[in-house]
Design a protein around this ligand. Structure first.
Ligand SMILES: *Cc1c(COP(=O)(O)O)cnc(C)c1O
Length: 424
């Protein structure tokens, strides 16, 4: 459930008509619902009630500081994957003790930054990285808390570009080598082993792959404890999928996911961390856009929008489906027209949907892409020198611009003309 509903014939974000936001901010624009963000965070938090746990929001899904601050107030930790995300989380008021640092290619500068600022743990993905963390920690007079991310060789049965738990993926250390890597970690002077980590992919629509992975994690935890390692924390990753299409497909609920966690690893007495991103932010955001032209093609109608692939790349990159709905509620009896919904960018890949049945639309009409809150604004670019899409946060009947649309001058002034081009 989200908080984007029709009321009196107009699509609202909570109590704010989207028409009002379009008039105030312009289009395209991302609009997020505070109530939906909070609800989704609480679903996870409650699913783990009774177990010692921390829900670390995977902020790469949607990283505006206003979103981070909304979640941090509820007690969320953050899962960060870069020095930039670490700095952003800290700027949003998240203490280092609630920040988990993930990612396959942490640089020494990023490691030093997190050690100096405070970090809950590094999720380590390779032996060279382990050695680097130890080296940087020793140099700075720290001992770095780490978990090792194991690759359990489990098929997440999701889109190939977001599956991470098979042996051919670049992530984690092979589970078959975990004991050796832990032995190495125990020998390194700058390392303190605190637990074990796994993350098998994103947009998982079944629980079975999680179950397979977590059973392996449970067995490995016992083995590692037998080897003398203090495995007191289990980071079980993120990845729970969301409904993108008509809400007819119903991926597993956080409650059932929580029950699975209890069943598979609950007996180990570990503190549990999870890293959901998409499920918290995905259905908490829409992309608001306006129809520029309706163009008659050869046997098809193009709906040309002012949003493009640079604003929402998921359809081009992952063949993703987003429901597209008119902001003015259509008459239930209105006919349907099959539109190819496209943006203005000079690429055929700039296509959001083909032959999508929609009520008849005209130039100037507003539409909303649903389920666009995760991996939407964060993946936006200024391709075609289109200004980075702004973001708006709604709470009850208020809305605030949380990232303004840059002006052309701001964009252009970031370029620097070298000396030799300035000469006559
Ligand atoms: C991307 C990612 C997540 C979040 O995945 P979602 O599908 O958005 O829940 C969590 N942990 C790690 C390590 C990731 O790379």
């Amino acid at each position: 459930m989200d908080h984007f509903l029709y009321r009196n014939g107009a699509l609202h974000a909570e109590d704010v008509p989207l028409e009002e936001i379009a008039a105030a901010v312009g289009t395209p624009a991302y609009v997020y619902s505070t109530a939906t963000l909070e609800r989704h965070f609480r679903l996870f938090d409650e699913a783990l009630e009774g177990l010692p746990h921390l829900v670390c929001y995977a902020m790469k899904a949607a990283s505006n500081q206003a979103i981070l601050a909304t979640l941090a107030r509820l007690g969320a930790g953050m899962d960060v994957v870069s020095g930039g995300e670490y700095a952003r989380a800290r700027a949003a008021g998240v203490p280092g003790s609630r920040i988990v640092f993930a990612g396959v290619g942490k640089t020494e500068a990023e490691i030093a930054q997190a050690l100096a600022g405070g970090v809950r743990q590094f999720n380590v993905e390779s032996e060279p990285e382990l050695a680097a963390i130890s080296r940087v920690a020793v140099a700075g007079g720290h001992r770095a808390p780490v978990t090792i991310r194991v690759n359990p060789d489990v098929d997440a049965r999701t889109h190939a570009k977001i599956a991470t738990g098979k042996s051919e993926n670049k992530f984690g250390v092979p589970i078959s080598r975990a004991r050796e890597v832990y032995a190495e970690a125990a020998r390194l002077p700058g390392i303190e082993v605190v637990g074990l980590d796994v993350h098998i992919g994103s947009q998982l629509t079944e629980l079975a792959p999680f179950e397979a992975a977590y059973r392996k994690v449970a067995a490995l935890t016992e083995t590692l404890r037998g080897d003398g390692h203090d495995i007191r924390r289990l980071d079980l990753g993120g990845g729970l999928g969301i409904p993108y299409r008509n809400v007819n497909d119903a991926p597993p609920l956080p409650f059932d996911y929580g029950a699975l966690i209890r069943r598979t690893v609950g007996h180990l007495g570990c503190e549990i961390e999870i890293e959901p991103g998409r499920l918290i932010a995905g259905n908490a955001g829409i992309l608001l856009s306006r129809v520029i032209y309706v163009k008659a093609g050869e046997g098809r109608q193009f709906l040309i929008l002012d949003a493009a692939m640079n604003d929402l790349i998921r359809p081009a990159m992952y063949d993703a489906w987003h429901d597209i709905v008119p902001v003015v509620e259509p008459d239930p009896g209105a006919p349907r027209v099959d539109y190819d919904v496209v943006g203005p960018v000079c690429e055929s890949g700039d296509t959001f949907a083909r032959a999508r049945p929609l009520p008849p639309l005209r130039a100037g009409d507003l539409v909303a892409f649903r389920s666009a809150g995760a991996y939407g604004a964060v993946m936006a670019s200024e391709y075609n020198t289109r200004p980075l899409v702004p973001e708006v946060l709604v709470k009850d009947d208020h809305h605030a611009v949380i990232r303004a649309r840059p002006t052309f001058d701001e964009i252009i002034s970031r370029d620097t003309i070298p000396e030799w081009l300035r000469q006559e």
